[in-house]
Write a protein that binds this ligand. Structure first.
Ligand code: PEP
Length: 253
């Protein structure tokens, strides 16, 4: 299975920083071959600028959100069809910032996922627990509930990615230990396997997000059930992001 490294630029950078940043990453990819997928998810207004840099190269384009409705009177929203037309292959859905700050529910995420499948977009569905849920030892129950609310997981194991993003690790500088992340990833794989009732668990890509940096990427990617990373802050720095992309491969993997 191909690993995948996804950069989530969030509400950054400025217009004049977009091209140098995207071009820096694209150049780093052409200078040193990589055997995994590399995706940048810029804000909507920069999709076409980044899309021009990606065009024909190894770098792929994703978005940070999408509307579950196909078209119509939804002021301020962007549809899956629009994203596909803009050259996106992936879209992040259910990011904890959207769940916590914009009130997105499990059922909203489920609808967005269904809209992605209709247009062949690969959803990167985020799940994760808060610090108090972890301290109360509720992590696995929270994750199970989030996964069970995603009816789309039944249909798909290959064109869908689950991102485990412990909320206490996002943008905080506190990374989950490799063992903590591995435990949850292993759990997600087995839950996802029982939801689909299939043996396709090996095709399922489960990625980790939460303060991934050049200094911790190698040990994170060593973990058996970690198939890639979702990177926020460090994806805004060309050399940090390239170091993450060119992580040390698993010894057996
Ligand atoms: C994220 O944006 O999903 C994220 C994990 O951010 P950071 O890497 O900055 O913690």
């Amino acid at each position: 299975m191909r690993s995948i490294i996804v950069g989530n630029w969030k509400m950054n950078p400025t217009q004049k920083e977009v091209r140098p940043l995207a071009e820096g990453v694209a150049k780093g990819l052409s200078d040193q071959a990589t055997f995994h997928d590399v995706v940048i998810c810029p804000p909507f207004v920069f999709l076409s600028a980044v899309g021009e840099v990606c065009h024909g190269g190894t770098l792929q384009l994703g978005a940070q959100n999408v509307c579950s409705e196909p078209n119509g009177a939804y002021t301020g929203e962007i549809s899956t069809e629009m994203l596909v037309d803009a050259g996106c292959e992936y879209v992040i859905i259910g990011h904890s910032e959207r769940r916590q700050l914009m009130g997105e529910s499990n059922s909203d995420v489920n609808l967005k996922m269904a809209a992605c499948f209709k247009y062949g977009l690969c959803p990167i569905v985020c799940v994760g627990e808060t610090l108090s849920e972890r301290q109360d030892k509720k992590t696995l129950n929270v994750i199970r509930k989030q996964l069970q609310s995603l009816s789309g997981l039944k249909e798909c194991s290959s064109n869908c990615i689950v991102a485990y993003e412990p909320i206490w690790a996002i943008g905080t500088g506190t990374v989950a230990t490799p063992d903590q992340a591995q435990e949850v990833h292993h759990f997600i794989r087995s839950e996802w396997g029982s939801i689909t009732g299939s043996h396709a668990v090996k095709e399922m890509r489960i990625i980790y997000g939460g303060s991934v940096k050049p200094g911790n990427i190698d040990e994170i990617m060593e973990m058996r059930d970690i198939d890639g990373v979702l990177v926020g802050g460090a994806s805004l720095d060309v050399s940090d992001f390239l170091r993450i992309i060119h992580y040390k491969e698993k010894v057996n993997g």
